[in-house]
Design a protein around this ligand. Structure first.
Ligand SMILES: [Zn+2]
Length: 461
């Protein structure tokens, strides 16, 4: 881009930015209305209402809106087709995590509160604030009398906080909607402790299983521990087969499909500040697991799969002692997966491995999961978002090649580059009491989206 066109670009954005400031009160009101809908997907609560509100905002701003039923929470899509050669997609969700425990909130989680320059309420950071901000960015762009340089598609689901368990049912109905999309902005993001905006370019996959075993028909007096089978011990022994003391996962072929990390990615990871001391302080630990150094822990976080006990239930857990041999035990285990690992293959190998080692009686009661997804750092869409970040925030974003968490990004990421960014901050308390975002970040997030859209002018086909 030459200087002249850059100037024109900035001038047009000036108007858009002024509109964003002008829209501030109304945008906050919209977020307030959205937060007031207690759309907790874990309880299947108010999901239709939340979808209807998202649909209303999209319609008001000129989108052609469709709603899809999935058997679970609905999915709303919006399409603004301006006949541009390129298309931007935005993925958001209208559901939230449960707000409990309520007594830890300083204000009603479902009533937007404004204090200390922040907006407080369930979903303001994850992800109702993003959705409202993104729609307002487009509104401000259009209100400046500008022609959108790209078509825009929204996908807003209502079960993200419950593992997006029915999103594939939407996807199967609307596959063509994903054709011709050049890049996707994912739901979450914000600035880190250094004040740098972060980009997350992927998510780990996940396989979540519940294992259980029953060794007897009734619990027994522990006097008989000499000769009666203990379900808790049996399940622990099965688990011990899965991982060695260095953290290496022992299920056959577990590592076979993993894509190697590029040098570019390693460079980005090296530059990334992981705040190891803060992490240790926060969790009250002095060293990382498996004897990992700070640097090794960081690299592992971004590149390694995991096998982790989330919960274990067996025997007597009530007050005081009860001498008993438990007849049954259950264990919940999650595996976080990295690029090219697939939950179905791993579950199949897990089953075969347990069988081979004499643990046919260990049941996999249920499982769910999805594969990982990752966008290449050198993708042109990532470069476009980096340029927008420079313009709005004045710095290069801190890039996480992947999040340690999981999400259904693969449905999108298999078709298009995906960048996750947003308006949160390190103490946004997503999923926790007193969720909040700064009003300034809310507005800057809108400016960022408007600038990304504007950048499509210089990304022609
Ligand atoms: Zn969330």
């Amino acid at each position: 881009m030459n200087n002249k066109s850059k100037k024109v670009l900035l001038l047009s954005l000036e108007k858009v930015f002024a509109n964003i400031e002008k829209q501030k009160e109304q945008a906050i009101q919209e977020l307030s209305d959205f937060v007031a809908i207690p759309s907790v997907s874990a309880k299947n609560q108010s999901l239709d209402e939340a979808a209807a509100y998202a649909a209303k905002l999209l319609k008001q701003n000129g989108f052609v809106v469709k709603q899809f039923e999935t058997g679970g929470g609905p999915v709303v899509t919006g399409f603004m087709d301006v006949g541009a050669p390129r298309t931007l997609m935005i993925y958001d969700h209208a559901d939230v995590q449960p707000a409990e425990p309520f007594d830890l909130w300083e204000s009603d989680p479902f009533k937007l509160d404004i204090r200390e320059g922040r907006l407080w309420g369930r979903g303001v950071a994850d992800n109702k604030g993003e959705f409202v901000g993104r729609v307002n960015a487009i509104k401000a762009y259009l209100a400046a009398g500008l022609q959108l340089p790209c078509n825009i598609k929204f996908v807003v689901e209502t079960e993200e906080e419950s593992s997006s368990k029915n999103l594939t049912k939407y996807f199967d109905q609307d596959k063509n909607f994903f054709d011709d999309v050049d890049g996707c902005i994912w739901e979450f993001g914000g600035k880190n402790r250094e004040g740098l905006q972060e980009f997350v370019l992927g998510v780990k996959g996940i396989l979540y299983v519940q294992l259980s075993v029953q060794t007897m028909t009734i619990d027994s007096h522990s006097a008989s521990a000499t000769h009666l089978p203990n379900a808790a011990e049996r399940l622990i022994n099965a688990y011990k087969l899965l991982k060695d003391s260095s953290g290496k996962i022992l299920i056959p072929h577990f590592y076979d499909d993993i894509e190697e990390i590029s040098n570019e990615e390693l460079e980005v990871i090296k530059k990334y500040n992981f705040y190891p001391e803060k992490i240790k302080e926060h969790f009250g630990i002095t060293t990382f697991r498996y004897g990992l150094t700070d640097e090794e822990a960081k690299i592992a976080y971004f590149t390694k799969p995991t096998c982790n006990i989330c919960g274990f239930t067996a025997g007597w857990q009530g007050e005081g002692g009860k001498t008993v041999i438990p007849k049954e035990a259950t264990m919940k285990i999650d595996f976080r997966l990295v690029k090219n690992q697939h939950p179905t293959t791993i579950q199949k190998n897990l089953r075969a491995y347990l069988n081979e080692h004499g643990f046919k009686d260990v049941q996999i009661d249920w499982s769910n999961g999805y594969p990982p997804s990752k966008t290449a750092i050198n993708s042109p869409f990532v470069q476009l978002c980096r340029e927008a970040n420079l313009q709005v925030y004045g710095h290069e974003p801190a890039i996480q090649p992947t999040s340690g968490g999981s999400g259904p990004m693969y449905l999108f990421g298999d078709h298009m580059p995906v960048v996750s960014l947003g308006s949160g901050h390190p103490d946004s308390n997503s999923h926790a009491p007193n969720e909040n975002i700064y009003i300034d970040d809310f507005l800057n997030g809108m400016k960022m989206i408007a600038t990304i859209i504007d950048q499509f002018k210089s990304w022609q086909k």
